[in-house]
Design a protein. Sequence first.
Length: 87
Amino acid sequence: MSDKKERFEEMVSSLKQMRDELKVQIHLGKAEAKDEWEKLEEKWEELKARGEPVAEAVEESAKDVGSALELVGGELKAGYERLKKLL
């Protein structure tokens, strides 16, 4: 497995774990947290939709796309961390 593909899969796995934990807490959370959650869910869906095909093709090309996906992943991580603080 290529290093980039492995890093992408690790990032997605880590984000999924954070997402799952926060999802449980959101049901008991504040309105502000729920608004933040909705924004992050849109980014999560974008990452999944765009990332899975790219992960397969990353060895052939996709440097720019891979960088863009890492940026989205970073935004999701920062958003999840902000959300944890709200709960």
